[in-house]
Each structure stands twice: as C-alpha cells, then as structure tokens.
Design a binder for this molecule. Sequence first.
Ligand code: GLC
Length: 780
Amino acid sequence: MLEDTSFAIHPEKTAKMAKENYLEIGDIKSYIHSEGKWNLTCTNGNVLIEFYTNEIIKIEMVPFGKNAYTNSKAVVLETSDVAVQFTENETELLFKSNTLQLKITRNAARVYVYDNNGNLLTGDGEKGMRYKHTGEVLCYQTMEANDHFYGFGEKTGFLNKRGEKLTMWNSDVYAPHNPETDPLYQSIPFFIAFRDGIAHGVFFDNPSRTVIDLRSEENYYSYEADAGTLSYYVFAGPTMKKVIEQYTELTGRMPLPPKWAIGYHQSRYSYETDEEVLELVQNFTELEIPLDAIHLDIHYMNEYRVFTFDYNRFTNPKQLIKQLKEKGIHVIPIVDPGVKEDPEYLIYQEGVKKGYFCKYMEGNIYFGDVWPGNSAFPDFTNEEVRKWWGEKHEFYKELGIEGIWNDMNEPAVFNETKTMDVKVIHGNDGEPKTHRELHNLYGLMMSKATYEGMKDQLKGKRPFVLTRAGYSGVQRYAAVWTGDNRSFWEHLQMSLPMVMNLGLSGVPFAGPDVGGFAHDTNGELLARWTQVGAFTPFFRNHSAIGTLRQEPWAFGEKYRDIIKKYIQLRYQWLPQLYSLFAESSRTGLPILRPLVLEYPNDPKTYNLNDQFMIGDNVIVAPILQPSVTDRALYLPEGRWVNYWTDEVLEGGKHQLIHADLDVLPIFIKEGTFIVNGPFKQNAGVKDNQLTIHFYPSESSKYEFALYEDDGETFEYEKGNFMCKKLQVECNGENIYLSITDDGLFVPTWKLQLLVHNGDCKSVYLNGKKLPEVDDNLYVV
Ligand code: GLC
C-alpha cells in the first residue's frame, strides 16, 4: 500500500493537515429558551446548551444549513428537569446548575465551564468553535501545564495521553500495534482531564473520523471532526470516579455478564473439527485446567457463511455443544457482518429482498471482499435490520449457544481503505447519513443487534457478546478484546495501559488475546501473560492460523504447571471478581484500575503503566520482560501485604521485588480483605466455602460488597441476588466484623474469616464473639 511507503510524507499531504479556512461561529445575536434548551443564534450558526443532569452539560454548534445531532446512538440518558439559573449581562450569558456553571460570551460565543467553586473545567480561551463549508468542525479548549488525560478507549501507548494526537476511525489493524499505531478498532472520544486533584470529563459525540490533538499546541488541545456537528458533553466530576459514573450514566453501563463469561476462554484461529474440540476439552479436563468457553473461529462455517455450520467438519454441532455444556463449557462462534454474495444462501436472499444491506444512494448494494469473498453488509443503523439480524440468532440458540463473538465489524474490508466505501448511505433509523458520517457506529450497532437478539432468544438467560469494533456505549452490549496483537513482550506491556484506559472509558469488560494473536509465542511469554490474564476482566487465550500452538500445555510441563496455577487462581478469585463486575454494572467503575483512580493525590501514580489494581485494595505488579525475575514496584501510602508470603511492605515508596517465573506479585492493602474460594473446573460449579482473607492493621475500617446470584439469569433484576455488605474494623487487638444482607438469593456457600499476620485477641461478628475454629480461622 502507498501509505506504507515514503508517499506517506509527500509534501502535498501536509497542506491538508493545517487547520485553516475555518469559520468561527461568531457573536451571539439572540437566543430562545424552551423545554430546558437554550438555542443561541450566532453570526454563522447556532449554539445549543442543554443540562442533562446537574453534573452533565451538553454544548452543540450547529452551522447554518445543518441540523442538530438528534439521533445519538451513544447516549441513552434522557434529559431530566434540571433547575438552571439563567442570568445575562452585557457581555455574557450565564447558566448555573447546583454543580456546574457555564458562561458564554456574547462576543464570539466563547464557552467556559466551571465547577461551582469557580474552577475552570473547559474553556475556549481565545479560540472558539468553528467549521468549514465542506463539513469539518473544530474546537479548542485551553490546557494547563499540569493537566493529565485518561480514557480515549482502546489506544496504544501509555496511560496518560498528554502529548498524544488520537484519531477515532474504527480500523482493522493486523500490522503490529506500535505506540504510534492509531486508530485501532474502537472509537471512544471520551476522556477524563485531571488537574490538581480535580477531574472533569469531556465526550465529543460524533461517529465520523475525528482527531483529538493533545500535542500540537502548548496551551490548547483541539478536537476536529470530518463531518457532522460539534456536539460535546462536559462532566463535572470532581473525582475521576465521579466522572466515570457520570459518563456511564449518559452512555450506559455493562449489564451483569453470565458468570461463565468471566471464566477462562480458549480460542484458536481455528479449532477446525469436532474431534479437535473434543480433544481440547479432554486435555483441559484431564489436566484439571479450568475452562468455561471455547471459541469457534471462521472455519466452523460453511465457506464462511454466517448462520451456518460446516457439517463435514462438525458432524453434529448440537450434540457437541450439549456434550460440552454438560461439562460446564460454552461454545462461542464467531459471527462477522459480511454476508456472502450467493443467490442460493438464505441470509443473502432475505437481506437483498428486504433491502437490509448497505446501499449507495442510487440503490445498488455495496459489496466488499472479506473472508467469504464478495459480501454484502447489513445496515445495522436501522432498527428493522437489527431485529432481523437478532432473530437470525435463533440458529445458534437452537444449537444451545449462549455467546457470540462479533469480529470484522469496523467494518473491515480487504481493500486500500480497509473499510466500506464512505459514500454508502445508512438508513440511520429514519435519518439517512453517509458512511463517512457514521463509520464508527457500525460495530456498536452490530453488537446491539446481537446482544438484543440473543437476549430475546435466550428467554431469561444472560447472553455474552464479544466485539472487536465499537463506539461510546459499547459496554451496554459487549465485552471487548483488543484485536490482533502479537506475541511480543512489548504487546504484553502495552496491554496494561490499554485495558486500564478502556476501563476508564466505561468499558470494564476487556482484555487482550493472552499469549498474543499473531507471531509465535513461547513458554515464558505465555506463562507471564497468563498471570496477567488471570486478572484482566476478559481472559482469553487466542492465536492466529499458522502460528505455534499456544494452549496451556503447548510448551511442556514446566510452563504448563505455571499456566495452570494461574488459570486456577482466576477461579479462586472469582467471588471477588464477580462482586466487582456487579459493582461495575451498578456504577460503571472499572474492575481493573490504574493506581491513579484510587490514589489521585499521589503524582507517582499519574502515569504508572506496569502495575494495576483490582478493585480498590489489590495491586498486581506483573513481570513484563523476558528472563527477568526482579522489578521495581510502587506502593502508595499505607502498608501492603504480599498475597503469597504475608510479608508486609511499607508503602509511599518503591520496592525492589523478586518474582520467579511461577510468581505473579500481588499485594493487598493492610487493613482490608479479599474474598477467595476454592479453584474449580468452571464457573458453574457451586462453592461450599468462601474465605475472607483479612490483613489486620493497627487501626482500619474497610468495606466490600460481596455479590452472588444464580450466575446465569436476569432473576437478579427481580431481587433474586445476595449482596453482603462486609465491614471489618480493626484496632490492632480485636476485629469487628459486621455483615448486612440485601436480596433474596441464598448462596450455596458458607463464609469463614482467616486473619493473616499474627494473632488478634478476639473477633466479633455483629457484636457477638466468634469462636476460633483453627489458627486464626473463624466461622462466620
Ligand atoms: C481477525 C480477528 C481474529 C480472528 C481472525 C479470523 O483477524 O481479529 O481474532 O481470529 O480475524 O477470524
């Protein structure tokens, strides 16, 4: 491709990059206020101001001749009746909720958003909102020297994106994911800006090609879109956690997944026959390596036709799937959007007859080359098409399938541009727009069709959907894997900030292909990667056709035993992780977190890339390089306890720690606890006993909501769940445990409390002294 040659830096090209010939929106001439919205008419267009809640404000620039952006596929929150105080004077209009203040100058319509202490959150400074007659829109916001930027979804590079220039244009990138490889498969034009301990968020809702530039100017960042309107939301914070809650209030939260989906997944491009699948399962069972899901890549289909099986390779899929389910293993087939052009194939016939495929304005169907060859692409931007596609999943439901893997949904097409012709027109639920304007929505809308279709089909059971492409709001429908990484140590390193930033962008259920997809992995890399995978919310080993096999046993006993230990560890941590998933589905907060989320006052956490937290009290510091068994670990204030040895380390500084190949360094904050269970062959096996591991300190109080339900249905929505609020207080001598229960669900397990590190005098549960049944062990 020309772009891979020096042509990429052709002198003619730089001219196109200049932000020139833009027209400012101009002075405010008049305004009207109706139904909670302010519509300001300016010299060259309109500005709309709307409070969604006290903490969320929307600002939109609508050039003359364009329509307001009314059909957002990202936003699910309806505006509420917010009491807004409006005042005006000669120079400005002022809007005030009880949390945010917005000022807009009459001259040049410059917008400034403040918190109610008067701290500036976003500000136009000397540069206002602007547009070109050719459709581009642009705005600048002032940037301070000490601003840090997080979020932006799925991006390579480090955690703090200050100094980056990020493009949003969902792309199939098989070439290595380098620090400069941008864009990737997902577009989430949302970020958290963090300044002097105060955070706010910004979401630019525009699914065309957009660029957020935090690099080119010292005192400003800019946001530019190829098409559409400039429509953005400011979130008040004031903490990073609050920003995430507010952003996910606007764009929705992850529904609680079935428990099996947070177990271990095994994949390969491809397990090609039923014998191969059965042998795989047999290995897992015999070796006692837990397994919850097997993915079937494109070879399961009849010449890559979606909604078919190749019966030569899989003689009786229904029987196979049943057999696996009896062992607690779920089968997840891949479903791509490309429908093979074949007049004898039902899905193609129906799509053509009903007019469901993406078309040009002139009426001809758009065809692109993907795995099945020449293919048509359903127009998922239309509700009728989404419903049709969803209903087609009856095929998979009938076979006993409960999880679907959506791939190639950028959409990827094998051509120079890597995607669909931007001239294609999408129906867009009655507001037709070009693919150029809506490109980034395709994956989101496909996941929606799949999730909702499967949910309908499964009649009360929770579906699982995995997607490669997406846009803001993707968390409502699917988990995200980070695409075609490679078996490079650098990619293991890079996956940490990537998954952390996805979590900060409202997408908690994410993870990379463990072991690396392309390129050949090796035993050491697979072992270290599986250690990390045991704690990434989505945990799947996947590898490409033609690469070395990378199942847990592929590199001999030494590595196999370590890999097995960590897959088993995932299951021991399942009660803790499932509780964090439940919390995330309620609040939007990530499960896997950067340290800055919990320690925002500690500058050492601001760009900490090689360690992460699970919830608010566990630090994981993996080894991310070959032949290395020692590393620097940063521990924030407090004392931290080594999960494996109970050794106590002082926080507030760096420590040099040792970790042999079989050790993943894990630290629990003193004064807190975690809940572990026994390992098991899959998530469906019921536990008898869970253990609260408490790490006492001189004086502490800690609370955690332990969550449980049937793990597979939506009954929890009707109150059939159990949420145990566990609170432990400690004064150096005694431990006071209090438990309050919520919900109707009765778990199969009993709880015990194990006190680590030394004796305590007594343990009290809700005021009653507990007998010590063994050394430091108490039945709760
Ligand atoms: C894409 C996917 C990869 C999959 C392959 C074949 O490259 O990203 O995960 O294995 O297609 O379907």
